[in-house]
Design a protein around this ligand. Structure first.
Ligand code: ATP
Length: 326
């Protein structure tokens, strides 16, 4: 069943516009000119309950605007949005208690206070009893591997500890729909991994629906089976991530380290041998033949190391956008 439905949704911002200079400022005061910015342009998609969908696109593509419309923070210019049966722009209390919006570049924790204080305030705002709040904090803190950090002033926490505490504060009301805008922004590789593992756990434990934007393609590839690609406000692709990768990247690079130099003549009809450097070879294999070639190599050669190198998702998305705009 669809939990989120977006139908022919558009957002056009009207922004005051004036030329530089004092005379232009005076003229602008009496005669305001505006320009229209189409941030989101007639998009439609549906997301099922419990699904995790990656929402990706370049800077300024319209991702944040869409998320804000899904939360009811920005009014659509045109179109229909429904989230868990609610119309977001009405900002119904029952709706607000079911959703959360986490923005990597915005923080709700108070800088000089420990996160636990904000957590208590949030629990009170959502009408959660002290006992229940403690239970939820303990549960989420253990999933996030947070302990003493909750009792230290936010300013003393690392970026990773802060982001995990932000997530905890945004989830204390146990929302079933999560809108995540760059939740791993600026985090190091380990902290990114922790956040990803946590989101996957939260999704499974509470059957939460998650719409995630991230410029770190590792976030998307490890969490989302489905992606929606947006470019200049319009949807370019909506479907399985693997289908997108297979369509735009039908080959895989494989790096093999043998026990001794090899010519690989027997493999030439199945793949292209791009480089042989002493006992290390790099070959390009069609995705459809990958499992055959890898098992052939393992059965017929002594292999010290074998790596299948995926085409970076960034390259695939740029390729998609380039093809679409041509
Ligand atoms: P990023 O990845 O950089 O966060 P994004 O895909 O989230 O980008 P949006 O922030 O939705 O993109 O912006 C889409 C377009 O709308 C951009 O051209 C932006 O300048 C414009 N825009 C966003 N918010 C406003 C606003 N409040 N007023 C006017 N224009 C805006």
């Amino acid at each position: 069943m669809s939990n989120i439905t977006v139908s022919s949704l558009s957002k056009i911002y009207k922004v005051p516009y004036r030329k530089p200079g004092i005379s232009a400022s005076i003229k602008h005061f009496f005669d305001r000119k505006y320009k229209l910015i189409t941030a989101v342009d007639d998009i439609s998609f549906k997301i099922d309950e419990g699904e995790i969908v990656g929402f990706i696109g370049a800077n300024g593509a319209g991702k944040t605007t869409t998320l804000k419309m899904l939360c009811g923070l920005v009014y659509p210019t045109k179109g229909i949005v429904s989230v868990s049966g609610f119309i977001p722009k009405e900002r119904n209390a029952a709706f607000l208690s079911q959703i959360t919006l986490v923005m990597g570049q915005k923080q709700q924790l108070i800088w000089d206070l420990p996160p636990i204080e904000t957590l208590k305030v949030n629990a009170a705002v959502y009408g959660i009893s002290e006992k229940e709040a403690k239970k939820r904090i303990d549960e989420l803190a253990s999933m996030l591997e947070l302990n003493d950090e909750l009792f230290q002033p936010v300013r003393k926490l690392s970026l990773g500890q802060r982001m995990k505490s932000e997530l905890l504060a945004s989830l204390i009301h146990r929302p079933s729909v999560l809108f995540l805008d760059e939740p791993t922004l600026g985090l190091d590789v380990n902290a990114q991994l922790r956040v990803r593992e946590f989101l996957s756990m939260y999704n499974k434990r509470f059957n939460a629906t998650i719409l995630l934007t991230s410029h770190y393609m590792q976030d998307i590839s490890s969490l989302c089976k489905r992606v929606v690609v947006i470019h200049k406000g319009r949807i370019f692709y909506d479907g399985a991530l693997t289908k997108l990768t297979n369509k735009l990247s039908p080959y895989r690079n494989v790096r093999i380290e043998f026990d001794k130099p090899q010519t690989l003549d027997d493999l030439k009809e199945y793949c292209e041998i791009t480089q042989i450097d002493y006992a290390i070879a790099t070959i390009v294999v069609p995705s459809s033949k990958l499992s055959f070639v890898v098992s052939y190599l393992l059965n017929n050669y002594t292999i010290k190391d074998l790596q299948v190198i995926e085409t970076p998702l960034e390259n695939i998305i740029s390729e998609l956008i380039r093809n679409g705009t041509n």
